[in-house]
Ligand binder design. Sequence first.
Ligand code: UD1
Length: 290
Amino acid sequence: MKRQADLRDRAALDAVFAAHEIDSVIHFAAKKAVGESTRIPLEYYDINVTGTVNLLLAMTRHGARRVVFSSSCSIYGETPKVPLDEDDPAAPANPYARTKYLCEQLLADACARYPELSVIALRYFNPIGAHPSGEIGEDPTGVPNNVLPYMAQVAVGRLTELPVFGDDYPTPDGTGVRDYIHVSDVADGHRVALDHLDDEQGLRVFNLGTGTGASVLELLAEFTKAVGTPIPYRIQARRAGDVPTLIADPGRVERAWGWRTTRDLTAMCADAWRFQRLHPNGYSSGPPTV
Ligand code: UD1
């Protein structure tokens, strides 16, 4: 039986847990745009934080005790060291990042109260790409906030040129450097996390990144190779709130589980382009078939 419920609807959530024997939960449901979070912060707290509280309440009422939670590298803040490891201090700099940090804290408090809980928070760096079939990909509403979907929409002619936000950062080519991770590696990371939930009780936190950075211009060059035709771009002013470089130290996950990412930037771009080419207008022509 399929069920759909809003995490803010406690009764609906209880009905889901009453109808199924749920042992483990992968908790992805959240809003995630940094800029938007400054415009509608209360909605971010309501959906991301209240949603997580309600989920934990339902879980503890129904005996579900294992969670993999989507956290974010944004909690490391505005002056991150390179690379970042999980013991680096949190300094969330916007409402979105603060909701993720608050969720980690409330998960820790829940674990202290309910010692049977096992929780793994995965701090995603910059997920990009698509399922290699080209059937599952990113279809943002409105103008994309993130760089790769923007590039992809320029490549199919829905947008005219990519704004490159700043070329005066202290990075090799002056544009922002990020640790892009293939969405299929993100998915694998969750599968491996699920397998390891029972290793320990309480909250554990892991970075999910590759340990390698790429600049906006390097990403554009790689994506252009996948597309095969030039993608117009224009250097613009820096975007408020952006940091020069964000790169994960992926060592903890490797030491704990012997797991690391396997897909490179070439695969991320080729897969993202396959999805965009096959679905130039996203899912408006129908839902995914995989
Ligand atoms: C942000 C969040 C991250 C979140 C992700 C998805 C921070 C520090 N990071 O990542 O936690 O998971 O959004 O919402 O808050 N850029 C351009 N042109 C564009 C768009 C972006 O040049 O049109 C540049 C940015 O300046 C940056 C890089 O591309 O250097 C990546 O930006 P973006 O894809 O928006 O992700 P982040 O801001 O790094």
